[in-house]
Design a protein around this ligand. Structure first.
Ligand code: PLP
Length: 394
């Protein structure tokens, strides 16, 4: 039932999902699927979590939108909560991840402009994904995302991911660098996890050079990694932090947080959004944070993630088709020796929703509410799927 009135920017869609509850979704023929992708790391509390539904009902019947011409109590409450949970000073709310990153990029440029730099540069990584707006697709390290959209904005310098020396060399050639923008774990890039001290070294480099460390936690944030934010595993704090996906459990919301000098860069009129931080989205965000904490879901993500990873390693560690099994919390990637896009369809036939990214990485992003038995089932199903894949002729 493809609709000719939709633009052709998405691939062919062969599944129609019409209902969700907890960790499951149902298609238009009544078939049930375990959702191990959570709307791409969005529905961390599972589908239609009663706390979120209740908050939305209540807010929809009270006040949906007033614009940022006025005080919005849920926006202020959510900002307080996020600042407290992240160690940041203040927050700008957007409607999406890309827009949160746009705000971060504007902060870095504002700093550069204040320093009198004509073309302030932001260091970005190969394999990065930061969104689809013009600035964020330029920051993205994937030619497919950029192709056909010239001219791209300037002001970005690219280095390999997980390579601190490459940035140090860059700093010798460029005196106009103002920030590093990086994902603590590359999500779309294939669940790539850098060395444990990578972020610590980037933090030290930024301190030494007076650059902003800007972390894109749009995918890793909101408990997915087993901490509220992934940098909390490393004991550092960024200067700028962006998040989105899991913050609204399906209600569009993004946030750009800043600390120290970065928190003082925007002044009245510097930036804005009509919808950003509206009462409905912020009530959803508050309900998500309440539930993450009230139901100990971040701890659960850490525990279930470790179990799932271990179980997959036991089942697939010796499998010839598997290059690597890696993850942090409930963000897990299984890198295969060859492209494995067909696994998505095969999993679906078994009632399981998964995703493949970077061509050959099977990615799991299940809800943080995953139960022990669902975790075991998921590991068993993925094990079988990949064993069958190994036997298939190329
Ligand atoms: C999804 C994602 C984005 C873009 O978010 P949108 O809401 O699609 O604009 C940016 N950065 C990372 C790391 C992401 O995973």
């Amino acid at each position: 039932m493809p609709t000719p009135t939709l633009m052709h920017n998405y691939g062919e869609r062969t599944l129609t999902l019409v209902r969700g509850e907890g960790n499951y979704v149902w298609d238009d023929r009544g078939r049930r699927y375990l959702d191990a992708i959570s709307g791409i790391a969005v529905c961390g509390l599972g589908h239609c979590h009663p706390k979120v539904t209740e908050a939305l009902h209540e807010q929809a019947a009270t006040l949906l939108h007033v614009s940022n011409l006025y005080n919005i109590p849920p926006q202020q409450q959510l900002a307080d909560r996020l600042a407290y949970l992240s160690g940041m000073d203040n927050v700008f709310f957007s409607n999406s991840g890309a827009e949160a990153n746009e705000a971060a990029i504007k902060l870095a440029r504002k700093l550069g402009n204040e320093r009198g730099l004509a073309t302030p540069q932001i260091v970005v990584m190969e394999g990065a994904f930061h969104g689809r707006t013009l600035a964020t697709l330029t920051a993205t390290g994937n030619e497919k995302v950029q192709r056909g959209f010239a001219p791209l904005p300037e002001g970005f310098l690219r280095v390999p991911f997980n390579d601190v020396e490459a940035i140090e060399r860059l700093a010798e050639q460029h005196s106009d660098i103002v920030a590093i923008l990086v994902e603590p774990i590359q999500g779309e890039g294939g669940v790539r996890i850098p060395a444990r001290d990578y972020l610590i070294k980037l933090r030290a480099l930024c301190d030494q050079r007076n650059w902003l460390l800007m972390l894109d936690e749009i995918q890793t944030g909101n408990g997915r990694s087993g901490k509220m934010f992934a940098y909390q595993h490393m004991g550092i704090v960024p200067d700028v932090l962006t998040t989105a996906k899991g913050l609204g459990n399906g209600v569009p919301i993004g946030a750009c947080l800043a600390r120290g000098k970065a928190a003082q860069l925007f002044t009245a009129g510097s930036h804005g959004s009509t919808f950003g931080g509206n009462p409905l989205a912020c009530r959803a965000g508050l309900a998500v944070l309440d539930t993450l904490q009230g139901e100990w879901l971040i701890e659960r993500a850490e525990k279930m993630g470790a179990q799932l990873l271990q179980s997959l390693q036991i089942r697939l560690g010796n499998c010839p088709a598997v290059v690597d099994i890696r993850g942090l919390g409930l963000m897990i990637g299984i890198e295969l020796r060859r492209p494995c896009g067909e696994l998505v369809e095969q999993a679906r036939e078994q009632g399981l929703l998964i995703n493949v990214t970077a061509n050959n990485v099977l990615r799991l992003l299940p809800p943080l509410t995953l139960t022990d038995s669902e975790c075991q089932q998921l590991a068993a199903d993925i094990g079988t799927l990949i064993q069958q894949f190994t036997l298939q002729a190329v």
